[in-house]
Design a protein around this ligand. Structure first.
Ligand code: GAR
Length: 207
């Protein structure tokens, strides 16, 4: 079983999608071992509790320096002996030490078709505001491995979603979640758990 830890900052609908697919047997070979949040009030922690998954908060507010927060975050994740770390709406820039230590063992969901509408400052609703502002007709979501850049790691899965003329940032955000994020994030975890992909020369290939 792949021991998976999910890092969250907010509502945790992607976490819920993972829990539902694992519980339904649609994603196999996965043990949801931990949920880690930087925000004590994250509803995602309630979701974890309701499903018997250990949940912990590591908040930067509890540490005097960024370095001390980073150290605590790495230690907490290490303690759970995770095979895979899933960033599901985790709005923390990861310490480089963590990225190096868990090379090709951290994945992230981003609510656009990378390399469009991604990078520093592009997260959450802002992404969908930019999409509508530019007037593109197709957007979507991407699951990728995490490297030292922002949204630059090897792409695992992408799914396109049509933009509608009457979309608001919120309506588009919800449709991208429903049609893309909640599908491809659990699917990517299943692919990794079942040894179906590997990274070769910076690209993800099917095995
Ligand atoms: C999701 O839309 C996710 O793609 C986005 O935050 C939201 C979290 O929602 N992540 C980013 O923008 C990362 N750059 P959730 O807490 O309901 O899963």
């Amino acid at each position: 079983m792949l021991r998976v830890g999910v890092c969250v900052s907010g509502g945790g609908t992607n976490l819920q999608a993972i829990i539902d697919k694992v519980e339904a047997g649609a994603v196999t070979g996965v043990e949801l071992a931990a949920v880690v949040s930087n925000n004590a009030g994250a509803y995602a922690l309630t979701r974890a509790k309701e499903h018997g998954i250990p949940g912990v908060c590591v908040s930067p507010k509890d540490y005097e320096t960024r370095g001390a927060f980073h150290k605590a975050l790495v230690e907490t994740l290490d303690e759970f002996r995770l095979d895979l770390i899933v960033l599901a709406g985790f709005l923390v820039v990861l310490p480089e030490e963590l990225i190096k230590k868990y090379r090709n063992r951290i994945i992230n969901i981003h609510p656009s078709l990378i390399p469009s509408f991604c990078g520093t400052g592009n997260y959450g609703l802002k992404v969908h505001e930019s999409v509508l502002g530019r007037g593109v007709k197709v957007t979507g979501a991407t699951v990728h491995f995490v490297d030292e850049g922002t949204d630059t790691g090897p792409i695992i899965l992408q799914k396109a979603v049509a933009v509608q003329d009457d979309d608001t940032p919120k309506s588009l955000q919800l449709r991208v979640m429903e049609e893309a994020e909640w599908e491809i994030l659990p699917e990517a975890i299943g692919l990794i758990a079942n040894g179906k992909i590997r990274v070769e020369d910076g690209r993800v290939v099917r095995v």
